[in-house]
Ligand binder design. Structure first.
Ligand code: XUL
Ligand code: CO
Length: 463
């Protein structure tokens, strides 16, 4: 009993120090070297990015790296403002908690506002830098892990126009989660994870979040020799059902999202890809309650393209959000790079347009600077590049649709099914006896070319 009370207190302290009040503000420069009277460095009111202006759209001919060339928030494309198609979001964990460390090397980022502590003052200061960053970028959504944001609720809530696209619980870093969280063989770990997700759902709701993500951190296995896979999957389903129940209980109307990934950190992650996640949701009767957050780098790790995963989600009514990033073709792990490939972005945007957009989901930049990118300005450049790439993709999709040749090519490939017998089959009435009779009448079919090269030419013409 004592233990569980302590646990809840700890959870409260770590996530819900949200009651911390910002006292009367000092005005100090946003610079660690300046000795402000009273030493209240958390109350800095100065600029964190003094060299960076508000990023504006200057069009494709601009040579200004700190400007948008393709993303013009208010411009209407295919009947919707660009900002409403894109719904961009900054991932707090990469942009403000990523320090450039890798398994071989120490942190490389020395952002001027970081003082190396994990204090409340530091959390507040970092959050102010984060809001200034988003305001200058012109982005009004962000995503967070509970463990990264602690403990400054007033700062988070005060900026009413900047809201979380989604929140999530960080259930993979702490050693207690080494065998998984909802799939841990240890019931106390399952319960701990439940208490953490409960709190993270509350915090996301409190901050006005529009979605909540379940990425299966360590929900998977390292070897089947010590694993009861059925039991673990049953536990995971019960955990997700309990999350649905709690979400409803607290009146949180946000969408719950599953984020598939095939491996890393475990050898086999249970949410391998979209199709596997869909089968899981169907088996446990959870399809109406969840959508999918497709991450492009996870898609390629699972041996699919991002486009494949998006289409699989879309045609099953499951496409809810995109973690916008990309992998490196020469590297076999989750590099979480900003997407810069225009062809890939065009394919991604074609799925988004066919989906009618992503709302209440959006594009979360689950992407990080390279370890070697260490200027504060690089944080802006990376996001501008990612935003412009996807915006350019959207413009390309509009070109392809206006031209219509590619859609025509696809439509024509299936036109034999527009016949009487094709309609019969599509209606589910193509019985084998009828079809055999038709074959005897028709003889050997004349099979047309797939026109793949032509499709590629038509696609390229829009890039
Ligand atoms: C990990 C990953 C996570 C989730 C949120 O690969 O993508 O950052 O998006 O936990
Ligand atoms: Co992600």
């Amino acid at each position: 009993m004592k233990g569980s009370k302590l646990l809840l207190l700890l959870l409260l302290a770590s996530s819900l120090c949200l009651s911390a009040v910002i006292a009367a503000q000092h005005t100090c420069p946003a610079d660690l070297d300046s000795k402000c009277e009273g030493g209240a460095s958390d109350d800095w009111e100065g600029e964190y990015f003094p060299g960076v202006p508000k990023i504006k759209y200057e069009g494709p001919t601009s040579k200004n790296p700190l400007a948008y060339k393709w993303y013009n928030a208010e411009e209407v494309i295919l009947g919707k403002k660009m900002k409403d198609w894109m719904r961009f979001s900054v991932a707090f964990w990469h942009t403000f908690r990523g320090n450039g460390a890798d398994p071989f090397g120490a942190p490389t980022k020395a952002w001027p506002w970081e003082d190396g502590t994990n204090s409340l003052a530091m959390a507040k200061r970092r959050m102010r830098a984060h809001f200034e960053f988003m305001e200058k970028l012109g982005v009004d959504k962000w995503c967070f892990h509970d463990r990264d944001i602690a403990p400054d609720g007033k700062t988070l809530k005060a900026k009413t126009n900047i809201k979380p696209l989604w929140g999530t619980a960080q259930l993979f870093l702490h050693p207690r989660y080494m065998h998984g969280a909802a799939t841990s063989p240890e019931v106390k770990v399952y319960a701990y994870a439940a208490a953490q997700v409960k709190k993270a759902l509350e915090v996301t709701h409190y901050l006005g979040g529009e979605n909540y993500v379940f990425w299966g951190g360590r929900e998977g296995y390292q070897t089947l020799l010590n694993t009861d896979m059925k039991r673990e999957l049953d536990h995971l389903a019960n955990f997700l059902q309990a999350a649905v129940d709690y979400k409803k209980k607290i009146g949180f109307n946000g969408t719950l999202l599953i984020e598939p990934k095939p491996q890393e950190p475990t050898k086999h992650q249970y949410d391998w890809d979209v199709a596997t996640s869909f089968a899981f949701l169907q088996k446990y009767g959870l399809t109406g309650e969840f959508k999918i957050n497709v991450e492009c780098n996870h898609a390629t790790l699972s041996g699919h393209s991002c486009h494949h995963e998006l289409e699989t989600a879309r045609i099953n009514g499951l496409l809810g959000n995109i973690d916008a990033n990309t992998g490196d073709p020469q590297v076999g792990w989750d590099t979480d790079q900003f997407m810069t490939d225009i062809a890939e972005a065009t394919l991604v945007m074609s799925s988004v347009v066919k989906n009618g957009g992503l709302a209440p989901g959006g594009f979360n930049f689950d992407a990080k600077l390279r370890r070697e990118s260490t200027d504060v300005e690089d944080m802006f450049l990376a996001h501008i590049s990612g935003m412009d790439t996807l915006a350019r993709g959207l413009r390309n999709v509009a070109k392809l649709m206006e031209d219509g040749s590619l859609d025509d090519l696809v439509r024509k490939r299936y036109q034999s099914f527009d016949s009487e017998i094709g309609a019969l089959i599509e209606a589910g009435n193509g019985d084998f006896e009828t079809l055999e009779k038709m074959v005897l009448e028709w003889g050997e079919p004349n099979v047309p070319s797939g026109k793949q090269e032509l499709a590629e030419i038509l696609f390229q013409s829009a890039l």
